[in-house]
Design a protein around this ligand. Sequence first.
Ligand code: F6P
Length: 382
Amino acid sequence: MVSTIRRIGVLTAGGDAPGLNAAVRAVTKSAILTHGWSVIGFEDGFEGVLTGRARPLTIDSVRGLLPLGGTMLGTTNRTNPFWCALPELGDREPRDHSQTFVQSLERFGVDALIVIGGDGSLTVAFRLMQLGVPVVGIPKTIDNDVRGTEATIGFDTAVSVATEAIDRLHSTAESHHRVMLLELMGRTAGWIALYAGLAGGADAILIPEIPFVLEEVVEVITRRERSGRRFTIVAVAEGAQPRGGEAVYEVTGPQPYQRKYGGVCKVLEAELAQRVSLEVRSLALAHLQRGGPPTARDRALATALGCAATDAIASGAFGHMVAVRNDPRGQPIPSVVTVPLAEPARGPRQVPLTHPLLDASRRLGISLGEPRGESGASGGDS
Ligand code: F6P
């Protein structure tokens, strides 16, 4: 097929994730060097397209980006072109800007657009595709909860940071004979808490997919104390909720994504303090999980996905995202495939209740907040 592409646009949308810069670099270099296209980077996600904030990306402008966290293009998780208020465009109230979006891309002479985003931004990309925008997605989010891919850019770094935090908590928890509750990101999916909890040797891991029973957490702490281990570490995903109860979040707007999670460990701290004899302390790792340099694995993943996204454009695979499928032969480098954007648009990918790491946790005696003898509650259908 002869490609008619001359210029592509790229943007990063939603929460930042380590490895975004490596992806922008790979998109730019492969577009220029492999395909002979020019590249425009839009600033602050979809907002840059709507407001005309953009700049050309060249081999020179992406030099030195690999080790840098954040995104050189800027990002926001507030602008959805289908419903937002932009003071720069004279808005006082939210409205549909999707036609402005399409016209702006035309004005910039963009023949195809690469959206680097999480499930929310890729859902926007899916809707743009339905409007006729030639779009290709690249999945990123530290939460690892994008449907259709087994890995997202940023997850590996977040897990490393969270694991190191658990390692560090061990020595202080043991010295002070305390229960330490560590709150990790993951509003609807507990990937970070599960991986880091297991890698860091947490004694209990609480994730949204398995609503926890408080008495079981109490039981873990007292059982450990009885056997002479006078400290306990609990890794908690911010979206974890008690069985029959609700997650802790603040509503900041009418959209489902307008929920500010955080605080579950504070609530747990107060409740556990009344039930156990050891002192209980909690902390939230929060945005530290998203900042700083990406791991080698995230840089490699971002590079592979960035190159694959330009190839997807060249082959006309619009309306798709590039994705990771683990190689069944166990090769260290997983295969990169293309998946319709309809897949991430189906909502976040939770930890399946059959996930081998859940089984491994139980077998090692790590509590998942379920009463003993029970395994698996609800959620996790992918
Ligand atoms: O990137 C996804 C995520 O990390 C969620 O786990 C978290 O709830 C959210 O972003 C917080 O984003 P922000 O505080 O930047 O709005």
